[in-house]
Ligand binder design. Sequence first.
Ligand SMILES: NC(=O)c1ccc[n+]([C@@H]2O[C@H](COP(=O)([O-])OP(=O)(O)OC[C@H]3O[C@@H](n4cnc5c(N)ncnc54)[C@H](O)[C@@H]3O)[C@@H](O)[C@H]2O)c1
Length: 258
Amino acid sequence: MKNRLDGRRIIVFGAATGIGAATVKRLATEGARVCAADINLDGAEATAQAAGGESFAVLCDIADEASVNAATQAAAARLGGLDGAHINAADLRVIMQDSTVLDMDLAVFDRTVAVNLRGHVLCTRAVVPHLVKNKASAIVYTSSGAAHAGEAVRPCYAISKAGINALARHVAAAYGKQGLTANVLAPGFTVTEQMRAQMKADGTDPQQWAALYLTRSAASRLGEPEDHAGVVAMLLSDDGRWISGAIFDVNGGAMMRA
Ligand SMILES: NC(=O)c1ccc[n+]([C@@H]2O[C@H](COP(=O)([O-])OP(=O)(O)OC[C@H]3O[C@@H](n4cnc5c(N)ncnc54)[C@H](O)[C@@H]3O)[C@@H](O)[C@H]2O)c1
């Protein structure tokens, strides 16, 4: 399993921190040559350095078509093509202002959709022409359990993530005959380093907070970025070849009632 991705050429959009950073490291561990693309170039460079192997970073703002195209071209040129993509970036700063459909600030809606959904469309348009040059290739999108949970809050986020699920199914249907699979990782609540730092700054007790969150859920703990990285690696490898158009709820059973 260690070399399951030997020599695979993969771009990860949204790779500076959290789930994307953990994924870059996992892909490199399994033998892939990885481009870490992010609006936070310093963070992407730190990820690539920690991942080792032939990993490298490029600057990319997924809300900007020219930036996405330039980053994809740079990755494909340096890697000699692309076999896979993990489209993972989201603007998680505006989510704090995401309220209800009646109260929402439309600027928050527009920004959320511009990055989380339109950005994923731009990344798809950039990578697919490279991917379909191969007999076998794969895209993994990151959406969220919020896309199908039904929540009284954060409608902008949920709408953007539901759109990703539809996008992935479209890509799976349109390019499947050309050997491209497209699947979705839908994470449940996952504690990233940034969240831990924020909780520390706010004086929030992470254990108390987790206990509250897990009260009515079957999950025994909150997620870690590494819980997702292995699933993405599987979907980008030959182990995932016979899977396409699927949504993976990776949440420790969080949607089961306890
Ligand atoms: N952490 C969770 O609980 C959770 C739950 C469900 C879904 N998700 C999803 O997982 C993905 C990763 O989130 P995370 O929790 O690791 O958070 P994160 O903030 O650590 O990761 C998001 C990454 O996207 C990058 N990014 C933001 N805007 C960008 C832009 N315009 N262009 C390029 N890169 C940009 C950030 O710099 C960062 O590296 C997101 O799509 C998020 O919606 C997270």
